[in-house]
Every structure is written in C-alpha cells, then in structure tokens.
Design a protein. Structure first.
Length: 174
C-alpha cells in the first residue's frame, strides 16, 4: 500500500517538470519582443546615420550587439534549460543543430549565463563611456562609479562561479 502511494507520488513529481514548459514558451515569445526592439533600433540608425555623429553610430551598433547577446543568451537558456529540466530535444540528425546542445549541464549553463551577463554589462559600460559629456557633474560621476562597481561585481561573480565549478569538478565523488 505504502509502496504504491510512493510510486504514484514519485510519478506525479516527475511529471511536474512539464509545468516549466510554459516558462520556456514565454522565453521563446520574448525573443520576438527583443527582435521588435532590435528592428526598431536598426531602423532608427538606418534613417539617421547621415546626420549622426560617429559616437552615436557606435553607441547604436553597441545597442544592437547588446540585444543580439541577450537573444543568444535566451536561446542558450531555452535549449539547455528545456533539455536539463524537461525533456531531450530530438533533432540530433538536423544539420544545423548547435554542437553544444545536449552537452551543456546546469553548471555549464550557469557559467554561460554569467559570461553573457558580464559581456552585456561591459557593452553597457562602454556605451556609457562613449556618451560621457564634456563636463561631468557629481551625479554623472556617481552613476559612472556605480556602473563600474556593478560590472566588477558581475566579473567577480563569474570568476567565483568558475572557481567553484573547478573545485566541485576536482572533488572526488562518493
């Protein structure tokens, strides 16, 4: 009797992983939202490139790079998260299947996410540096300082994640 109850409970818990599927569908749909913003920014740049200063074009391009990194990060999270937590994606014979698909574990996904966050933060910081006005106010300096501190916190977090994974990988399993 108790064994049957345990089996049913375990089966229900195992099937509950499918409750995550709508989250991944939402992330797929958010790629469309990001694409709309990307197209908007690209159109704005295209229609104003003649009148824009070089620094404005560079900042616009950095914004496009930033959005493409976020899109790539979303795809990594969607593919890896789905395969880690829900079910395998059965397209192994497709010629365009990324090599890393099915090989990224939760630890590797964490490192890829923090790496992408560091890259996105660095691009945002670079955009901020490109837009520094001739005369900095105390408020501008304070904002710049906080952006650098936050970026360095991301970098430090990435290094600590990598170090913890290295230590965990070197630890003998019981």
């Amino acid at each position: 009797m108790l064994k049957k109850l345990e089996e049913h409970m375990e089966a229900m818990i195992f099937r509950s992983r499918w409750l995550l599927a709508p989250f991944y569908i939402g992330l797929v749909l958010s790629l469309f939202l990001l694409f709309v913003k990307f197209a908007q920014e690209f159109w704005h740049m295209l229609t104003h490139v003649i009148d824009a200063k070089e620094s404005e074009v560079i900042v616009g391009i950095l914004a496009l790079v930033d959005m493409s990194l976020v899109g790539s990060l979303l795809l990594m999270i969607i593919f890896s998260g789905y395969e880690i937590f829900i079910s395998k994606i059965h397209i192994s014979d497709h010629e365009d299947r990324p090599d890393w698909m099915g090989k990224v574990d939760f630890s590797g996904l964490k490192l890829k996410v923090i790496g992408a966050i560091v890259a996105i933060s660095a691009i945002d910081l670079l955009k901020t540096f490109m837009n520094i006005p001739g005369q900095l106010t105390d408020e501008d300096m304070n904002m710049l300082l906080w952006k650098v501190v936050i970026h360095m916190a991301f970098v430090l977090s990435g290094v600590l994640f990598a170090f913890m994974d290295k230590v965990a990988g070197d630890t003998v399993r019981h």
